[in-house]
Design a protein. Structure first.
Lengths: 254, 586
């Protein structure tokens, strides 16, 4: 987290200037291929880059427990920007990453299970950790709305209407604290809530809805369960482990 | 109205490792022992069964084996002049909850500390002179020596089936072991764990530098093992699910596997779960604890449990909090540096560096919590500190404890945080990288202490414990020095890429896990002006109250704290047998 109380209250004008400066480097071709507002609004929630890369697959939507349609559009665009379809994996939506985030926010994590929620609330040093009265679900929702508004103000478009390179630029600006809102600390929102959920979505057991078909475990070569390696530790010390090619997850032992 | 129960002989607060070890001798002698534990029994639950045990998200990230911080956390400020804020998430350290406590979810790293650790102040004064110990370095002697504790170390290692290679057998330095080891009477009861590829690389680099690497003493059973109580451990599976997890194979020596099942075979032992202790009734005039109060979390009823003897054997935070909230002993005041309860609070000073090998298979998923190799040249006072301007040090080890992929994926510097290049870097390096870690000491400072928070409350309405803590000059200098040694070792590995080696910097960060090794608050010593409990762990202001746990360490060493805790708790068991037979100041 790089947010300080001063950053939180930084004027929107500075943010717009920053984003305008960043957006200026976007290739014209990328801008030209951005979908129109109507097209994006009427499009079904599917992977933005589906069909455009070797790793893409057709996806049956899971349905969401937490997200509104508008929130889903933002999140799907974000996860498929952060995890584009390529030779390693399908895009983020197809990998179940939006589903994972939705399920986490709908469940105990979202409602603040194992989060101390008593007041009073005061801003502290970043190193004193999260100090907002929001539960994670509320923080996610407020941050998403603020990020969307900032995107609209800077680009005249919603996040999901930007081209993938523009989205990447916007997310980078968010992470670097260059996108600010008058009330929601957006860098903290992105770095301490959105980004960890993204990483978990990729690498947690598929039982939670992400990492579909153990695609990320296969990508890195994590063998998963049952992890009985008493003999392996000797036989495959310093050697490639065949089990890493065919990972097993909780579902395989249920 | 609180319900008062019949009197019990010995009532212990906290169902973790230290209570169980202290209870062992009492139970064997037929003494009536009751342990009160706020959590549930986790044996034969999703926490220790396949496949649910192998769930990184649930146990490691969502902390489902740990104390529920939504109900009770701690607050943090950096100086006595500041207002503290609550740590709203559990990250910096992980207190346990449930039968077995934090020693259920430990890694199994099983050190004895340096021979001079229990006499640290005397040792530093003898070696460097009085002037070399700054006023603000409030290190002190324990009041008991390593020699007195040796046989308890030996017993604890046999009970826990610790595997390792002796480095100092009865004063003779042994090849392949730790040459800085405190002298042991006996070899470890089990051989070391298998060396990992990361250990092979680490050993090669250390030897190039003239250092003497050795296998870390491990309580992850290297063979099938039966301990002196007849309790059994299975062979370790190197599954990479130790710390933050309860072992599903009964291979990690833990209170839940070895101690409570044995204690429960005895009619004179009872562990009462869901009993959240809220206070100790104290008769100040008689200087005695008279009863323990708890909330029955299954009924909501407040219960008074009278006791002849009370043992406070919970985690550091709870031990300190209960003494403060029960008004037993004088609370520490930093401005005048008087009072004792809350004093000398320490954590551990960690730093690390990642190394990446294009052509070597690290396979981080083959690991036990303590299957690392170590060098001890730069730990504590194992090297000459003359002119360095700090005291203390760290053991440096090949830090492969697991390959759990949410949290354990070192990436080379400059890797983007997402996108195809990020995925490519994960695919390229996951099986080919590891982290070298410096696990450093933390010495006390007058402004690092525990007290009750005036504002924030727990779920029962009691004040939270407040940490006033930051990395002070001694630890910052130590970390800079040791981190450079660690970087030297990292470069000697011949790694394709060596990541940045950042020394520990302030301010203290509640968002970053250090270790679960917080210490102090109810420290031991021979002088009641600077200690809460005597060298026999007997409270100076309440003869029948004993405190055991990492809260009694006057300072934290560059080793993990579990080994000496085991020794201290077993010795307390013998002391309690003696005390119950003839109550007196020991």
């Amino acid at each position: 987290m790089s947010e300080t109380p001063a950053d939180v209250e930084a004027p929107r004008r500075r943010f717009i200037k920053n984003i305008a400066g960043v957006a200026a480097v976007i290739p014209i071709q990328a801008l030209a291929t951005a979908p129109s507002a109507e097209a994006a609004a009427s499009a079904p929630p599917a992977s933005p880059s589906a069909g455009s890369a070797p790793g893409s697959v057709s996806v049956v939507p899971d349905g969401y427990q937490f997200f509104s349609a508008e929130e889903a559009a933002f999140v799907e665009s974000a996860v498929s920007t952060m995890c584009p379809a390529d030779e390693l994996t399908p895009d983020g939506v197809a990998c179940g990453l939006a589903t994972y985030i939705d399920r986490q926010l709908a469940g105990g994590f979202g409602t603040g299970e194992r989060l101390y929620m008593q007041g009073p609330w005061h801003a502290g040093k970043p190193e004193q950790g999260y100090q907002l009265p929001f539960d994670p679900a509320g923080f996610f929702r407020a941050g998403l709305a603020a990020a969307q508004a900032a995107c609209q103000a800077a680009n005249g478009k919603k996040f999901e209407q930007l081209t993938p390179p523009q989205r990447d630029v916007f997310l980078t600006a968010l992470a670097q604290g260059k996108v600010t809102d008058h009330s929601v600390p957006l860098a903290q929102w992105f770095n301490e809530l959105v980004f960890p959920l993204f990483e978990q979505a990729c690498f947690a057991d598929p039982v939670y809805g992400g990492n579909r078909d153990k695609v990320f475990w296969r990508m890195v070569g994590y063998p998963g369960l049952p992890a009985f390696h008493t003999v392996d530790v000797q036989n495959f010390r310093g050697k490639p482990f065949p089990g890493a090619q065919q990972p097993k997850s909780i579902q395989d032992f249920s | 109205m609180a319900r008062e129960l019949p009197r019990r002989t010995v009532v212990m607060i906290g169902g973790g490792m230290t209570s169980a070890l202290a209870a062992r001798a009492l139970v064997a002698k037929g003494v009536d022992v009751l342990v009160l534990e706020r959590g549930a029994d986790r044996a034969h639950t999703a926490a220790d069964e396949i496949p649910s045990q192998r769930d990184e998200l649930r146990w490691a990230l969502r902390h489902q084996n740990a104390q529920n911080i939504a109900r009770e956390t701690y607050t943090l400020r950096y100086a006595p002049s500041e207002t503290a804020l609550p740590a709203r998430r559990l990250e910096a350290f992980i207190p346990g909850e449930g039968v077995g406590g934090a020693a259920n979810h430990w890694n199994g790293q099983s050190w004895r500390w340096s021979e001079y650790d229990p006499v640290l102040r005397t040792h530093l004064r003898n070696r460097y002179g009085t002037k070399a110990i700054p006023t603000d370095l409030s290190v002190q002697d324990w009041g008991v020596t390593y020699a007195e504790l040796e046989r308890y170390h030996d017993l604890w290692e046999r009970l826990f089936g610790v595997g390792g290679k002796a480095g100092n057998l009865q004063g003779k330095i042994q090849p392949g072991g730790n040459p800085f080891e405190a002298p042991r009477q006996n070899e470890f009861p089990q051989p070391p764990l298998e060396i990992l590829e990361s250990g092979v690389i680490f050993d090669g680099a250390a030897k190039q530098l003239g250092w003497k690497p050795f296998p870390l003493p491990a309580a992850n059973s290297s063979r099938a093992y039966t301990n002196p109580d007849g309790m059994q451990l299975a062979q370790c599976q190197y599954c990479g699910h130790c710390e933050r997890f309860i072992c599903e194979a009964n291979a990690k020596a833990s209170p839940q596997v070895l101690l409570y099942p044995w204690l429960r075979q005895h009619k004179n032992f009872e562990v009462r779960t869901l009993a959240h202790v809220t206070g100790i009734d104290y008769d100040k005039a008689a200087r005695r604890a008279t009863a323990v109060r708890y909330l029955d979390l299954s009924s909501g009823e407040e219960v008074i449990q009278p006791a002849d003897v009370v043992v406070l054997g919970a985690f550091v935070m709870t031990n300190t909090k209960l003494l403060l909230s029960s008004g037993i002993g004088a609370a520490y005041h930093p401005a005048v540096r008087t009072g004792v309860v809350g004093r000398n609070f320490c954590h551990q000073t960690m730093s690390s560096v990642s190394v990446f090998f294009k052509d070597r298979w690290i396979n981080p998923f083959f690991a036990a919590g303590a299957s690392q190799h170590v060098v001890d040249e730069w730990n504590n006072d194992n090297f000459d500190h003359a002119g360095l301007g700090f005291h203390g040090g760290a053991h440096i080890f090949s830090g492969v404890t697991n390959g759990r992929p949410i949290a354990t994926r070192p990436l080379p510097p400059g890797t983007p945080r997402w996108g195809s290049a990020w995925k490519r870097a994960n695919a390229d390096w996951y099986a080919h990288a590891f982290t070298i870690v410096a696990n450093g000491s933390c010495y006390p400072h007058p402004d690092n202490f525990l007290s009750l928070d005036p504002t924030y409350r727990d779920a029962l309405g009691q004040p939270l414990l407040r940490m006033t803590f930051d990395w002070r000059d001694n630890e910052l200098k130590m970390s800079r020095y040791i981190t450079q040694k660690m970087a030297d070792l990292a470069h000697a590995t011949g790694a394709t890429i060596v990541g940045p080696a950042w020394a520990r910097k302030g301010p203290y960060d509640v968002r970053a896990y250090q270790t679960t090794h917080i210490t102090g608050g109810t420290v031991m010593g021979a002088d009641p002006a600077t200690s809460v409990v005597s060298p026999h762990l007997q409270h100076w202001d309440a003869e029948n109250l004993f405190v055991v746990g990492a809260s009694v360490y006057p300072q934290n060493s560059g080793y993990n704290p579990t080994g000496p805790l085991g020794a201290l708790a077993l010795r307390l068991g013998d002391d309690l047998v003696s005390y119950v037979a003839r109550p007196r100041q020991l």
